[in-house]
Design a protein around this ligand. Structure first.
Ligand SMILES: Nc1nc2c(ncn2[C@@H]2O[C@H](COP(=O)(O)OP(=O)(O)OP(=O)(O)O)[C@@H](O)[C@H]2O)c(=O)[nH]1
Ligand SMILES: Nc1nc2c(ncn2[C@@H]2O[C@H](COP(=O)(O)OP(=O)(O)OP(=O)(O)O)[C@@H](O)[C@H]2O)c(=O)[nH]1
Ligand SMILES: [Mg+2]
Ligand SMILES: [Mg+2]
Lengths: 276, 291
């Protein structure tokens, strides 16, 4: 089928639109990408060219957000947040193991003082990673545990504190306030810590990931995203819209349930995963 | 919302005389967009729009003085009929009756097991919880803590036995404790993990359950179709449980799963506590999906 100048291969465009939608990129972001594709390609281009143009576009969106250096201060404190079941606790275990293998000393803070066996779960990960854990009773104040942990890290000269928090839906105002308090206590009562928050998102989640990102980053120092469960068949395309709107980089991806299943985010691999 | 969008479509086109196919096509584009924004799988959305489009091109709409309202009604009706398809009551007739809980990682299975135990107890049954997740750190402890919180017996022999052995042990334990309902919590697994899917098929054979429930996170995106299809093929479930409906996700995954598998959505989870379980209401879900 020969395309005359100016004629677009509508079949190929429809196929690519289906790929983008199927990757959870969302209808608005997909429309814009397809619009720009139509505008930027002349006639006589076909499926392969369209794919290349879209890949470049996605790479521009997802790859252009710079990874900021960790905030100045010691110890470095990473508070891991996100909705229920996305993989916060597992990610912390994997991250502790990775940072330790990269030469940092790490301490974990069990600030999920609510969910059944949450502290036990983190404790097992701490053992696996070979790092110390600071914990209190179930039901204790998460901010108090965080404070304790950072104080312990300070006195022991530990480089990084990673705090696990309870899963919470961003629609629960009281739970979001509780989270804000953890950050406030650390930033106001712990002089000189390098405080940051990482938001964990599940690659299986659809457009709600964007709602989550907007809600969790409002008024909190969120410097990075972790996208888990990319070993599933879901493509995690919701992070495209998140990049466009919030410019927060994806730092790591979760690729399974083992301690080694955490990898630094690779934009090219991610885009290749979407476009196949 | 969709009603307003339709009203605008028909108002804009009103000057062009009687309602025609163009009006309906424009309205259908709005429907498709609303469904995609709600995470309905794009193929499911396409098929759904095709059905609604056909009905909307009938005389009831074209001859109506309020065609936009007619179409909204059709969309809502079609959604409800798909979501409420085959609303079979939850079947608990065996002794012990077995219920197996399966699904992806983190979907809410363990929490749901406790909620289900509370629910069947209200119906006069005596549940035994069975901790068959031998992989996730402290999964057995999690179910044991929940069981203690709701004062229900739990069979949790630890992680040194196989899942099949734990299921068989659970049935024996139910008989021993005079429990008439065995609720088996299993590990989260990927629908494409052949080994893990085989494990659950073997466990199901050992349990011979009356109900196998797929627990699905209501914020699941496009992949909900594939997840449901794989679980249907490898395990064959009897019902679906939607979790985390207390959030603000539109929940289009519900339509995807219902229309692709034809299985009923039997429960809605609306919180973390053992009491946060509701029956599933198709009309409420339809309104939620349409935004
Ligand atoms: N396949 C896969 N499973 C994962 C990944 N990350 C976490 N999981 C699994 O997802 C489930 C939930 O993980 P958790 O670490 O407990 O999640 P969480 O966010 O801490 O959960 P809550 O504290 O209850 O909110 C567990 O079964 C994990 O093994 C991943 O990258 N891939
Ligand atoms: N807000 C809310 N949270 C829920 C709901 N159902 C479960 N959760 C939470 O979601 C998280 C995951 O629940 P689990 O019961 O551990 O999920 P799971 O499917 O057993 O996880 P795996 O065993 O790791 O696959 C926990 O934090 C639960 O408290 C719900 O309906 N609403
Ligand atoms: Mg956790
Ligand atoms: Mg579980």
């Amino acid at each position: 089928q020969i395309l005359s100048g100016g004629a677009l291969d509508e079949g190929a465009i429809e196929d690519l639109e289906a790929v983008l939608l199927g990757a959870d990129i969302g209808v608005e972001a997909t429309e814009r990408i397809i619009e720009r594709l139509r505008a930027s390609t002349g006639g006589a281009a076909g499926a392969a060219d369209y794919r290349r143009i879209i890949a470049a576009e996605l790479l521009l969106i997802i790859g252009e957000t710079p990874k900021p250096p960790p905030p100045a201060g010691a110890p470095r404190v990473i508070v891991v947040i996100g909705v229920n079941g996305v993989g916060k606790t597992s990610t912390i275990g994997k991250l502790a193991y990775r940072l330790k293998s990269e030469g940092s000393s790490v301490l974990l803070a069990a600030c999920d003082t609510f969910r059944a066996a949450a502290i036990d779960q983190l404790e097992l990960w701490a053992e696996r990673a070979g790092v110390p854990l600071v914990r209190q009773q179930m039901g204790s104040d998460p901010a108090a545990v965080a404070f304790d942990a950072v104080q312990a890290a300070r006195s022991r000269g530990i480089d990084v504190v990673i705090a696990d928090t309870a899963g919470r839906l961003h629609t629960r105002v009281n739970l979001m306030d509780e989270l804000r308090k953890v950050f406030t206590v650390l930033s106001t009562r712990m002089e000189g810590v390098g405080l940051e928050g990482w938001l964990v998102l599940d690659a299986n989640t659809g457009q709600n990931s964007l709602r989550q990102a907007e809600a969790f980053t409002a008024g909190l120092p969120i410097t990075g995203l972790v996208l888990t469960k990319l070993d599933s068949t879901a493509k995690g395309g919701a992070v495209i819209a998140i990049q466009q709107k919030l410019r927060i980089p994806v730092l790591y991806v979760g690729l399974g349930e083992g301690i080694d299943d955490l990898a630094p985010f690779d934009a090219e691999e991610f885009v290749a995963g979407i476009l196949g | 919302d969709l009603s307003d969008k339709f009203a605008r479509v028909f108002k804009e086109l009103r000057g062009q005389g009687k309602v025609r196919e163009a009006h309906v096509q424009s309205a259908m584009r709005e429907v498709r967009r609303a469904l995609l924004e709600a995470d309905v799988n794009y193929k499911v959305a396409r098929d759904f729009v095709a059905r609604v489009s056909e009905r909307s091109l009938g005389q009831a709409v074209l001859a109506s003085l309020t065609p936009d309202q007619q179409i909204v009604k059709i969309v809502h009706e079609e959604l409800v009929s798909l979501l409420g398809a085959r609303n079979a009551p939850f079947n608990l007739s065996g002794n012990p009756a077995g219920i197996m809980i399966v699904g992806l990682q983190g979907s809410g299975k363990t929490s749901f097991a406790a909620k289900l135990a509370v629910h069947v107890r209200k119906k006069g049954r005596r549940p035994l919880l069975v901790a068959a997740d031998i992989y996730r750190p402290a999964a057995v402890e999690q179910l044991s803590v929940l069981a203690r919180q709701i004062s229900a017996p739990v069979y949790a022999p630890g992680t040194d036995r196989s899942v099949v052995e734990i299921v068989e042990g659970g049935v024996r334990e139910a008989r021993r404790q005079l429990c008439d309902t065995v609720i088996v919590d299993t590990a989260g697994r990927l629908h494409v993990d052949r080994g893990m899917m085989k494990e659950i098929a073997d466990a199901k054979r050992a349990l011979g359950p009356e109900e196998t429930l797929l627990v699905l996170d209501s914020m699941t995106g496009q992949e909900a179709v594939r997840v449901a299809e794989e679980f249907l093929r490898e395990v064959d479930f009897t019902g679906v449980v939607l979790t985390k409906l207390d959030g603000d996700t539109r929940g289009g995954a519900a339509l995807s799963v219902a229309s692709v598998t034809g299985k009923p959505i039997v429960f809605a989870c609306v919180g973390e506590k053992p009491d946060d379980l509701e029956a599933f209401y198709p009309d409420r879900m339809a309104s939620r999906i349409l935004g």
